[in-house]
Write a protein of this length. Structure first.
Lengths: 537, 139
């Protein structure tokens, strides 16, 4: 290309702030650092994939986010998804459950079963997972503030059904630091919240070594306004904060790091996203090996769900979201993820219907069955562009992580509201750029329909009757359970929380005695207090 | 008179209470709107998450705001506004401007209007539309 043609081109910068050239050659790869971090799939630093054969051996797990109403309603949806070929479950809980309120708490009024299923006691888990083989279908619990309680509940439910908890697989989201940045289902202040995450990691390392107690989420930080490089860099800072807490307790990194997992977002520029995941894999492996002294390869793996894309979907022309979702799934497959999930096309409006959830599932299946995405590992590896961008994204992430450290660390920055303020300022700028047309969104600021359809999606009905049924069930449990066992377990929980002991054994005991989510939360609030949100703009 | 002139003619800055009602944790949109209103020269009190109807009414009264704005994305806007309306009225705040934004299905708009929320800004609304509406309708 001659200089004149080059001059005529408008400069392009991706969301992470990296300039994108019209053409890449081997010289660009070399200038960005070469292929020193590339390696082979299944080998350190795992840039090309954490397993040698990746999808050739086993395709990604498909795990649509689902849950609403009572546990019985959710059980029905789970079975529908499994019957349609879904290979994992990802449980959505209603807001009262997520913030530790019982269904009859006055603050829960109008929220029962609305955005997820309601859970008060172990009985609800027994109903929700009835008839589902927990060895065949792994379950991911999207729970954070109340995660320690619901992990205890899941392990107790599995044990009660005769599963060997030592062999039990599954994941809990349990990433509280990102809840302070976005999503907002916090309960306790920052320090005890991190301690609770540490408790779950420590407990699972010993009692449920195949269970993944934490899935660190860049996803929601991205949704809150972070760019892709920040998304991954902040998630790594957060994961390190949890790892540090556990190491302080005397565990070696190899005793728990193999069960840490991640949740990342997939909307945006395809190449930037793929480079983000490849860069992140190499960087995380390097951090674990060089900074933490990990020796087991599993401790260095960036195991992840690359999912959702909600922030990229539009309210306008919702059916076009089916196509966006297909591209997001493609990004996810090209990224070498372990698990995939898609926000459904109607999700900007409502809880997905069976129909829209099935379209999402079919989208992922199509990539496996028809498009050849499972046949070859890291198919974009070796592209001059992708390798250059991978190096540049990794360097960006390292810069962001160094900046966080220089400013006092992620825990301090989140406690003060500094990260929240930074990402919300970026979200504001992005919204202005979308409204001005600078950042193009099809159907939003270009190619708009003259008239939007009046009823473009089918709304998921909210059933007021669910609340009555849920509260009746809760009262029945309260009447039937052994009150002495409940108060003994809650007393132990209080004592352990207060003495700084790991609360998980007490939570497991309390859950088995059918203590309620609200009762267990209250005991801990008495000791830990409640989080006060820093308001900072 | 244009909206801009009207706001200049008032003696003080427009003061807005922007609240996150109920248990919903989606605050990205609310925070974006806070910044847009501040950029437009308004004084904004952002409540943070998990406000009860009682807390919203009390803050609106204590802070003597001109506008009571809610941001709701998790579907509980109708029950919340139903509880909030009598509390605002009891505090003699019915002459203030009540607006709401977020994930608000079209079939709920009439109900919200009947509850006194005259400014309704569902997902996809432009920031300038919110700013202009407040400037034009603030009493």
């Amino acid at each position: 290309m001659n200089d004149r043609a080059k001059d005529e081109l408008k400069p392009v910068t991706n969301e992470s702030g990296i300039e994108v050239k019209p053409l890449y050659t081997a010289a660009d790869v070399e200038a960005s650092g070469g292929l020193t971090m590339l390696g082979q799939p299944g080998e350190y630093p795992f840039t090309r994939g954490i397993h040698r054969l990746m999808y050739r051996k086993q395709p990604w797990t498909m795990r649509q986010y689902a849950g609403f109403g009572n546990p019985a309603d959710t059980n029905k949806r789970f079975k529908y998804l499994i019957a349609n070929g879904q290979t994992g479950l990802n449980v959505a809980f209603d807001l009262p459950t997520q913030i530790g309120l019982d269904s009859d708490d006055p603050l829960a009024e109008g929220e029962i079963g609305r955005v997820g299923m309601s859970v008060d006691t172990l009985r609800d888990f027994e109903v929700a997972f009835d008839g589902i083989d927990l060895n065949k279908i792994t379950v991911s619990l999207t729970i954070n503030g109340a995660a320690a309680i619901l992990i205890a509940m899941y392990l107790a439910m599995a044990e009660k059904r005769g599963y060997d908890v030592k062999q039990l697989r599954g994941t809990a989201q349990n990433d509280i630091l990102k809840e302070f940045i976005g999503r907002g289902t916090w309960i306790f202040p920052v320090e005890p919240s991190i301690r609770l995450v540490g408790d779950t990691i420590e407990y699972c390392a010993e009692h449920a070594p195949k269970y993944s107690p934490v899935s660190v989420c860049g996803y929601h930080i991205r949704e809150s306004g972070a760019n892709p490089a920040q998304e991954m860099a902040y998630a790594f800072c957060i994961a390190k904060a949890y790892a540090d807490d556990v190491i302080k307790r005397g565990l070696h990194v190899d005793e728990f790091a193999g069960r840490l997992s991640y949740n990342f977002n997939i909307f945006g520029n395809l190449f930037e996203q793929v480079a983000k995941f490849r860069a992140g894999r190499g960087l995380w492996a390097k951090i674990m090996k060089e900074q933490y002294g990990a020796e087991k390869p599993g401790s260095m793996w960036l195991r992840m769900i690359a999912a959702g894309g909600g922030g990229g979907l539009t309210f306008e022309q919702p059916e076009v979201n089916i196509v966006r979702g297909a591209y997001y799934a493609l990004i996810s497959a090209l990224s070498g993820t372990q698990t995939m999930a898609l926000c459904s096309y109607d999700e900007a409006y409502t809880i997905p219907t069976e129909y829209s959830a099935r379209i999402s599932l079919r989208t992922m299946q199509l990539l496996i069955e028809e498009m050849g995405l499972t046949e070859t590992v890291d198919p974009l590896g070796g592209s001059f562009y992708v390798e250059t961008l991978t190096n540049q994204m990794r360097q960006k992430m390292e810069e962001i992580m160094a900046e966080v450290d220089a400013q006092g660390g992620i825990v301090k920055l989140v406690s003060e509201g500094a990260i929240q303020s930074k990402v919300s300022a970026q979200a504001y700028k992005m919204q202005r750029d979308i409204e001005s047309g600078k950042f193009r969104k099809v159907g939003v600021n270009c190619y708009r329909n003259e008239k939007e359809e009046e009823h473009p999606v089918e709304f998921h009905p909210y059933n007021e009757e669910d609340t009555r049924v849920q509260i009746a069930g809760l009262n029945k449990i309260r009447a039937e359970r052994d009150p002495a066992k409940v108060s003994q377990a809650l007393g132990r929980l209080s004592a352990d929380a207060s003495a700084g002991r790991n609360v998980m054994p007490a939570l497991v005991e309390a859950v088995k005695a059918y203590a309620t989510v609200g009762e267990m939360t209250q005991e801990m609030v008495k000791i830990f207090g409640r989080y006060q949100e820093p308001i900072r703009f | 008179m244009t909206a801009a002139q009207k706001s200049v003619s008032t003696t003080r800055r427009i003061k807005v209470l922007l609240a996150k009602p109920g248990l919903d944790g989606h605050d990205q949109g609310a925070k974006v709107v806070v910044r847009a209103l501040m950029d437009a020269g308004m004084e904004v009190i952002y409540t943070g998450l998990r406000q009860t109807p009682e807390a919203v009414a009390r803050m609106a009264l204590d802070e003597d705001v001109d506008v009571i704005a809610l941001s709701s994305l998790a579907g509980s806007h109708v029950p919340f506004c139903t509880k909030l309306k009598p509390l605002l009225e009891a505090n003699h705040l019915q002459d203030k401007l009540w607006v709401i934004g977020g994930n608000l299905p079209a079939q709920d708009h009439d109900v919200l209007r009947q509850l006194g929320f005259t400014g309704i800004f569902p997902t996809g609304s432009k920031l300038d539309a919110i700013v202009d509406y407040i400037r034009e309708h603030v009493k």
